[in-house]
Design a protein around this ligand. Structure first.
Ligand SMILES: Cc1cc2nc3c(=O)[nH]c(=O)nc-3n(C[C@H](O)[C@H](O)[C@H](O)COP(=O)(O)OP(=O)(O)OC[C@H]3O[C@@H](n4cnc5c(N)ncnc54)[C@H](O)[C@@H]3O)c2cc1C
Length: 370
């Protein structure tokens, strides 16, 4: 088997494949271009979380801040919000896990093409090398195609900072803070804060938009948030994180001509939130156990409604989120976002949201699909 892309999806699949009982010793080829930009992967789980030995920080309190600056804070135990850095994740796999598994071969190279040859696949690299394999899991995602399709993106720009003055509550992660004035008609902006201690945190600017802006633009938003909302306290910059992910109700193919698609390329990023880490973990388990990979259709439908609001009723989105966090207990919201809620719970949630707005977008979605 060959895995193209040793990112979050590729390495989680590698892990599940090598953990599953096998009759014959497994031989897995991992091809990666080496372009691994740093990311923070956060997710929520109760009890024994996945990759518990890689979790660097967890929070038992979560907060939401509305456009008017009002904070809604809640203890979500027994759930915790967990943080794994891509640095630690990659280091574990490449320095520990892979060297201990003689059946895994890693090739650094850019996969250009996968060609079916009878029962096999030939993977052609930009260097001219070619590898023959019986099965392929491919995490290549064509950003350019996506960009040209007018789809929505979630853009991230964050800074890991240290301050001399204690200013963060280390037990509380702020998931969304909409309090920086939404100046723009065409995009939604919010910030999140992951405090590692009272003086050490990741503060991140997030923008939902169809357009990608210059880096300086996200940096300006970050500085504005820091100045107006966090008191412009002097800080030392440790490192930056940036990136973009697609947010779409597009039905990504899970398989194409016998090639398994995984990760972003298989639509594993939840369209309305951008969370993907646990979903990719579940998908890897499903692939290995030959289980159905599809998610219940109604969650696609909810995502579509929320995306429609984010895209065309941008100014309403912070208010929708405020109503949600104000009237639904946070553990219930997390279950809903994890797509583990029941239909009754979902009806109860939507009942508390601005119904006329959702009906408008329901109508829009209906007329669009006709
Ligand atoms: C800044 C940021 C923060 C995020 N935070 C969270 C979070 O907190 N929680 C969460 O659940 N999700 C988060 N996400 C979303 C999602 O989990 C990540 O984007 C995740 O890394 C996607 O996994 P992936 O395997 O599809 O892609 P990646 O992790 O990007 O991996 C793709 C891999 O494929 C390789 N590759 C690409 N093209 C080729 C090629 N042609 N040949 C060979 N190799 C190739 C690359 O080098 C890379 O290693 C975040 C995303 C970003 C950008």
């Amino acid at each position: 088997m060959a895995i193209i892309g040793a990112g979050a999806a590729g390495l989680q699949l590698l892990y599940e494949l090598t953990q599953a009982p096998a009759v014959d010793p497994l031989k897995i080829l991992v091809i990666d271009s080496g372009d691994r930009s740093e990311k923070t992967w956060c997710f929520w789980q109760k009890n024994q979380p996945i990759y518990s030995h890689l979790i660097e920080k967890k929070w038992n309190h979560l907060a939401f801040v509305g456009a008017d600056g009002t904070e809604i804070k809640s203890c979500v135990e027994p759930i915790h919000y967990h943080y794994i850095s891509s640095e630690k994740f990659y280091s574990y796999f490449f320095s520990e896990y892979i060297p201990k598994n003689p059946g895994i071969t890693v090739v650094v190279g850019l996969a250009k093409e996968v060609v079916r040859e009878d029962e096999n696949f030939s993977i052609l690299l930009a260097s001219g090398e070619a590898y023959l394999t019986k099965k392929v899991a491919d995490s290549r995602f064509n950003q350019e195609d996506w960009q040209n399709s007018g789809g929505l993106y979630q853009h991230f720009y964050g800074k890991f900072i240290r301050t001399d003055t204690p200013m963060f509550d280390e037990n509380k992660a702020t998931l969304m803070d909409f309090s920086l004035m939404q100046k723009h008609e065409h995009f939604t902006c919010f910030h999140y804060i992951l405090p590692f201690s009272k003086t050490h945190a990741l503060v991140e600017t997030t923008v939902f938009s169809t357009k990608k802006y210059e880096l300086t633009y996200y940096q300006e938003l970050w500085e504005e948030y820091w100045k107006t909302k966090l008191g412009a306290i002097p800080y030392t910059l440790e490192k930056e994180e940036m990136g973009s992910i697609p947010m779409s109700d597009y039905v990504f193919q899970l398989e194409s001509d016998g090639i398994l698609k995984i990760g972003t390329a298989a639509g594993q990023i939840k369209a309305s939130t951008g969370y993907a880490f646990v979903r990719m973990h579940q998908d890897a388990k499903n692939i290995v156990s030959n289980s159905i990979r599809k998610r219940p259709g109604r969650f696609r439908f909810y995502d579509r409604l929320l995306l429609s609001i984010i895209k065309t009723d941008t100014k309403q989105f912070p208010e929708v989120m405020k109503r949600l966090f104000h009237s639904v207990p946070m553990p219930q919201i997390l279950m809903f976002l994890d797509e583990k809620s029941t239909l009754i719970q979902e009806i109860q949630i939507f009942y508390r949201l601005p119904i006329p707005l959702f009906l408008t977008h329901l109508w829009k979605s209906f007329t669009r699909s006709k």
